[in-house]
Ligand binder design. Sequence first.
Ligand code: ACO
Length: 386
Amino acid sequence: MKSVKEQTVSRGLEGVVAAETDISFVDGANSQLYYKGYNIHDIAEHNASFSEIIYLLLYSEFPTNNELRAFRRRIISEMRVPTQVITMMELLPPSTPPMTVLRSAVSTLASFDPDGDDNSLEASEHKGVRLIAQIPTLVMSLYRIRNNLNILSPDPTLTVTSNILYMLHGKVPDERYINAMDLLLMLHADHGLNASTFAARVTASTRSDIHSAVTSAIGTLKGPLHGGANERVMSMLKDIIDISEVEEYIDSLLAQGQRVMGFGHRVYKKEDPRARHLRRMSEELCTLRGNKKLFDISHRIENIVLKKKGIYPNVDFYSATVQHALGIPDDFFTAIFAIARTPGWVAHILEQYRDNRLIRPTSKYIGLYNREYIPVEKRMKEQEGA
Ligand code: ACO
């Protein structure tokens, strides 16, 4: 074993390989992302639905038509959440950020789950699919509570994605918005050992239950350096009144040593492959809504940040304008990300359970040594004498 002095620390665990996975491959060097071996560009071009992606991540293959229909029925039948959890959300102060409510609500769901404390693989799969189904209901219900609207139950004749938009806006959405939402959810569904997935796997590795692991993941996703960046992107876009102000605005942020939200990535040093599709969708939706201003400002920010800092937009950057165009309020952006990432978390938690070893890294000690214990009476006398 190395002496403490010889130990090297990888700050932020950069470059550390902490797990084996067959769920997704983030090929940072080539700016590619694969789900179970399928390139996301290929999936995006074929307009795969969110249900297909959930199925792929959990069961390693795309479903046949019959399998997809049955799986969709299963998800929709699991979408109901106990009224006690809805009441709990209603009781929280209305200023509570949606991700904070979601974190508490998911933790509370554990007490009502029919599989209870059974943490076998089979029960965890049931609980995982239930969480994938219930998290959208929690988020949409919170939106409706906050807007004094009645909470809607899922419509079994609709797809999972249509239901998510239906339970938000109260009407069956236009096909183009459903496709945009499918793309958004698909692109956020998994991403290797990102911070929230790592948090989920650490919790799962102690053999704790899947609700605890997903709660850890939600708390981690919430941070502005991870999923919380999308909401901050929108506030930056709203701060910029006119496209002519972009350069000055970015210069001023950088001069103050601040980060431009939605830019940079630990693994991708060039294009984030997800940004390409979100950029296209952002332009399409902003045009469809007859207001391209936010897209144009975004595109200008992208060019300026690339020119000045050499960094590229990540998944959070154009997802902000896509979500905005879908009628999602800014403070719900990260919760939508959580809906999309839950299948990835669940797949990783189950993968961890299947071949578990406690995740427990070590730290390099940089503190003091061999300090002498001074009894409390003496300490007080010394302080008084000082
Ligand atoms: N704006 C300005 N400068 C940046 C940015 C940014 N968005 N991102 C990185 N940099 C700079 C840093 O200042 C640093 O420069 P320095 O070496 O001169 O100090 C250099 O690039 C390296 O940055 P690190 O923080 O070491 O890179 P790391 O891999 O740890 O960080 C992160 C990645 C956290 C995503 C970072 O790029 C960032 O803070 N981005 C803004 C927040 C954001 O968009 N998060 C969402 C990421 S995607 C996701 O989680 C879903």
